[in-house]
Every structure is written in structure tokens, then in C-alpha cells.
Design a protein around this ligand. Sequence first.
Ligand code: DC
Length: 226
Amino acid sequence: MAKTYSIAIDGPAGAGKSTIARRLAKELGYHYVDTGAIYRTVAYFMDLLGVSPKDVDGVERYIDELTIQIQYNEKGEQRMIMNGMDVSDDIRTQDISQKASLVSAHAVVRDVMLDMQRNVAKKNNVIMDGRDIGTVVLPRANVKIFLTASVEVRAKRRYDELVAKGTKADLNKIQEEIRQRDHQDITRPIAPLKQARDAILVDTSNMTINEVVTALLRIIKEKIPV
Ligand code: DC
């Protein structure tokens, strides 16, 4: 099999990981893998069954009944297939964001999802974003970036996104939800959100998307022949 390259981008919710990773993947001709979507799909599945994301026994009982496939459509967009059904749009709610953060804390969930993520990276050049890519999923990634921004900036970005879509939004509430999700993702015992020792920290608080893309391309080109 030909050698493949991998780029890991980790960081808290709203740091701009998916927007940036998508742009970089296009630029480099790599597969973009949004790993948060996997945990969102688990959360959505459990929600449909009425299982609380905190109920580890319930989650463990039903996880074997869930089959997740990651597919790419003709535009190269990642689609999440849950037991044969495309749920890519259903998993994007604020409610599922919180539930994904809770359900992803369970070892049984993380164990099942680990191989899936590694298999994609074995076969393709990938740029993968998440919370534990550089630390757990791809500890030997060729490039590791930890993308962050202040809570205030991240909340404002999410707020602007919602307002642009015509959705009513409350900035204080969004800030509170982001704080809570950060806390859950950072303090969980298994694969917490953490900067890998060999990851490069990029704070995007005062940067535009184009500036971040340019900065990361420079970092990537130093480490990977592109
Ligand atoms: O990136 P996101 O907002 O779609 O992720 C949703 C939740 O999934 C996040 O709060 C924590 C969890 N997650 C994780 O535990 N590990 C990952 N690699 C990606 C996401």
C-alpha cells in the first residue's frame, strides 16, 4: 500500500477546526474526516431510543445495534450513515452537541469508534479533526495542530453563524454551553481534549479564516511533501 500522510487538528468546540480543515483538505487533495460527527451520530441514535447519554449501561446495551458508515458524496462532503440512513443534517443541533459530548465520555463508545477512524487514515491521506486525534487516534500523525480561541470569540462566531442562518440566538446562553462542553471534554478520564506534546498551538482569536489557512499551510509544508 502507498504511504499515506495524516494531519491531526484538535481543539475545543468553535475554534474553527472544521472550516479550516475543510479548506486545507481541498487545497491539499486530502480526505477531510470530521470525527465529531461520529460521536454526534452515536448521540442521535441513543436519543432516538430514549437512552440518556449519561446512562453508560443503556449505551453499552444498544451500541452493538448501531452501524455507522462514513461516506463522501459527489461534492466530496462527508455524510454520516446510521443503520443505512443519512443523518448528516439531523446531528447538527445544539441539543445533539451537548449529548455527543456526554456520550463520547464512555469507554465503550470510544473503543468502538477508534478502529473506524484509524482505518480511514490507513487508506487515505487525511486531515482529521476532533479532540483526541493527535493524542490517541493518530499519535504518529505527520502534523499535529491544536487550534484554539477564547470562549468569547468562539461563542460570538457560533452566534453569528446562527444569526446568518436566520436562527434566533442568545450570546450568553451559547457562551455558557461552550464553557460546559469545554469542561466536559477536558475533564473526562478517557481521551480528554488535550494538546499533544508535539502539537503546534495556534490561537485563532484574532485571525481571519484566510490567515489561519495560510499559517497552517506553511506549517504543513514544512513537514509533508505537498
Ligand atoms: O466537534 P464536534 O463539536 O462535532 O464534537 C461533538 C462532541 O463529540 C464533542 O463535544 C466531544 C466529542 N468528540 C470527541 O470526544 N472526540 C473527538 N475526536 C471528536 C468529538
